[in-house]
Design a protein. Structure first.
Length: 356
């Protein structure tokens, strides 16, 4: 299941149609909407009991709801959140083509537990740069161009930590042509094609694991996620959202996601995805942070822009010397099962706290 979620998250990044083009600067200020303390108490009106299985265990209803992870929102907060989501929904439909560059920091305290001596932030295990391309409604490309792995602490106070540039085997690339997701497995020299189920093709790809990143309907977002605004008081020109999966089935694979919208174009400028076992109190940081730069949408002659990008999404040919594999979504290719010890994973996920 985790492999499927990772592929869906890749689809999120290569599609990224949660974008709109009008400033939200005139909306009500949200300084009063600060992050509250987590509320671990269950809603007394929500029955979370599970029937026993034949072997005496517990059968979990995958559509069952998780407890709300934060205190009940005030009426003012709810109204502001509704305005924000409705505005986003209205404007995201305008995006026809999109492109950007990204930088990604991957953190995992199981691999690296070294902190910046000044900020006390944990260092990222890996840092990557790459490209994202998208054409509405379902064609996209996500590709890392460079990957660096943490290799040592700063040599002296004031220096940057040391990172070693990795070879192509550490790279990632996905292409979605609307019918299938193609994953380039550089280390194994395999091109894996996973046909999309009919219900995930076209506009319905917005029903993936992170629907608000695809500009889905505001009510659908609120139906699947516990969402609140968490913009820090000192933030300028940004809107921060925090969303926790409501369904147990999705909460088993992702703890939460944070997204930062830029005021100037209302496009995501940063996204952080927290793994299910991320727990700061237990000194277990597991997350990935993306920052998106040089964001552009609907540029120049729109018809020409669409034609220019379509070449990125053609069904890719198998590179010379590679093997082509076709398998259903959710199935693991040979040798890519999840190891019990994360240190045995071929490409470490990373560690630490980002600056976000």
């Amino acid at each position: 299941m985790r492999k499927f979620i990772k592929l869906c998250l890749a689809t999120v990044m290569i599609c990224l149609l949660a974008a709109s083009g009008v400033s939200f600067a005139q909306q009500t200020q949200n300084q009063q909407f600060q992050s509250g303390q987590p509320n671990t108490a269950q809603d007394p009106q929500r029955n979370l009991s599970n029937p026993p299985t034949a072997n005496g265990g517990t059968r979990v209803d995958q559509n069952q709801l998780t407890p709300q992870p934060f205190p009940e929102l005030t009426p003012e907060h709810k109204q502001y959140l509704d305005q924000l989501l409705d505005y986003w929904e209205t404007n995201s439909s305008k995006i026809e083509v999109y492109r950007c560059e990204f930088q990604r920091w991957v953190y995992d305290q199981a691999f690296l537990n070294e902190r910046d001596p000044q900020s006390r932030h944990l260092y990222a295990r890996t840092v990557s740069t790459g490209l994202i391309r998208y054409v509405k409604p379902d064609k996209g490309m996500y590709e890392t161009e460079n990957v660096w792995k943490f290799s040592g602490l700063p040599k002296q106070q004031g220096d940057e930590p040391q990172y070693e540039k990795m070879d192509e085997s550490w790279h990632e690339k996905w292409i979605c042509d609307g019918q299938s997701i193609f994953e380039y497995k550089f280390n194994d020299k395999k091109l894996v094609e996973r046909p999309l189920p009919p219900e995930m093709r076209g506009e319905r790809i917005a029903d993936g694991p992170l629907p608000f990143l695809f500009g889905a309907k505001a009510e659908e977002m609120k139906g699947r996620y516990w969402i609140r605004v968490i913009t820090p008081e000192g933030a300028k020109g940004e809107y921060w959202l925090e969303a926790f999966p409501k369904r147990i089935s999705e909460a088993q694979d992702m703890k939460k996601v944070e997204i930062i919208l830029a005021e100037e174009d209302f496009l995501p400028k940063a996204i952080t995805v927290y793994e299910v076992n991320h727990d700061v109190q237990k000194n277990m940081t597991r997350k990935s942070t993306f920052e998106f730069g040089k964001r552009e949408y609907n540029w120049g002659n729109l018809q020409q822009a669409v034609e220019n990008l379509k070449g990125n999404f053609l069904k890719p040919k198998t590179p010379l010397g590679w093997e082509k594999i076709v398998m259903p979504m959710g199935a693991a290719a040979e040798g890519e099962g999840e190891p019990a010890d994360p240190r045995q994973a071929q490409i470490p996920r990373g560690n630490g706290n980002s600056s976000k």
